[in-house]
Design a protein around this ligand. Sequence first.
Ligand SMILES: Cc1cc2nc3c(=O)[nH]c(=O)nc-3n(C[C@H](O)[C@H](O)[C@H](O)COP(=O)(O)OP(=O)(O)OC[C@H]3O[C@@H](n4cnc5c(N)ncnc54)[C@H](O)[C@@H]3O)c2cc1C
Length: 388
Amino acid sequence: MPLKKRVLILGSGFSGLTAAHRLAEHVPDKVDVIVISESDLVYDNTIFPALLTDEVNIQNTYFDASKRLPPKGIKFLKSKVLDILPQSNEVKTDRGVFDYDYLIIALGGAYDENFEKIKGHENAFMHHPLEGFLGIKNMVEKEDELVALVGNAKNSPIEGPSYQVALILEYLGRKLGKKFTVYLATQSPKGMFGILPVDWIPNQVNSYAEKRGIKLIKGAYVQEISGHKVLLSNGLEVEADLISVLPTLSAPTVVKNAGLTDDSGFISVEHPTFRSTLYKNVFGVGDAAKGMIPAKTGRAAMISAENAAATIIKEVSGKSLPYYVQGVICMMHSGDYAGMLVFDSNKYVKKIDFKWGNVYKYLKKLYSAMLISSSFSTPYHMALEYYK
Ligand SMILES: Cc1cc2nc3c(=O)[nH]c(=O)nc-3n(C[C@H](O)[C@H](O)[C@H](O)COP(=O)(O)OP(=O)(O)OC[C@H]3O[C@@H](n4cnc5c(N)ncnc54)[C@H](O)[C@@H]3O)c2cc1C
């Protein structure tokens, strides 16, 4: 009986666990799958905006990977990755050194590291981790009157959460009878979803937000914060009691130190396989890797992991699975209604749509419940197939 290949997966977020499940499902006799992650509690952060409206509670937002993965044939090790050594096929952690035949790097984007680079960040929340959302919630409950500014740092590749936080703050002020003034800064001069190659979606969403009383500041990013004052890139200064910002992203320093990133700051990979351009047995997936689209989303992260897993499955067993293109599905909670944005394109098809409705609020909750109950193993990502 030939020895199994060892696949080491670093990170237990959307991408790491998608790859782990797919490998354990398709080639359990060919590979040993080991997931290494610093935390055994895995959160679905895409549902965090709903914590602000009390539609979900914290207990519904996470699962314990150390309990869920072993019954599926996936080993889990709670440990911090300290060094990645691709020349010797080794990874150094705070619980020892591990070698591998294949390495999948799924360590996410360097949110904390990059947030700390924003001057004056101590005066702001970051609406990415649980603590950021709990901090915002606490202020909403305490204050009867407040001015909020929500925005992104320069080149931040994910703005959807900012739209949600701004809209939900306006909704909560209205619902609780409080006087909330909400500013939302968008990087694109076209406003919300301005990155899309059509005008009707930004126009529609901007006018919806403005009708709700959101003060849109288009074409501006957060440059620095000084006390309650936010300096924006267009020279505007806004005084706000509640400031919340998402930073720009890159791969974490531990990945950069391994020499796996390029000038973009992300892991340099081939598409559609997400194989490192430098090492044949190394794959970079999710927020840490250079994607097919600029936006860093959970769906794109899962699709990159499907493609990396398909490549390894083919190599160890000869079995062919389809490759997909990365796209965006953003289910955007706004307090009253939710919206669903879909953007996908391959050689033959371009799908682009945006719909508002109450139903998407329930779909968002349902999808999150499915992600959590399956430990991030969803069978279908509604993605288009990749064609050369
Ligand atoms: C509020 C919010 C709403 C969002 N909404 C949407 C949405 O509607 N749709 C959508 O598609 N996307 C959404 N996203 C984006 C989505 O959450 C990310 O794109 C996704 O989490 C990226 O997955 P990943 O696997 O690359 O990284 P992550 O999910 O961040 O996982 C990284 C993993 O690596 C581990 N790790 C990191 N460093 C180390 C280390 N040194 N040692 C060991 N382990 C380490 C972490 O603990 C974690 O397990 C949203 C994000 C936020 C914040």
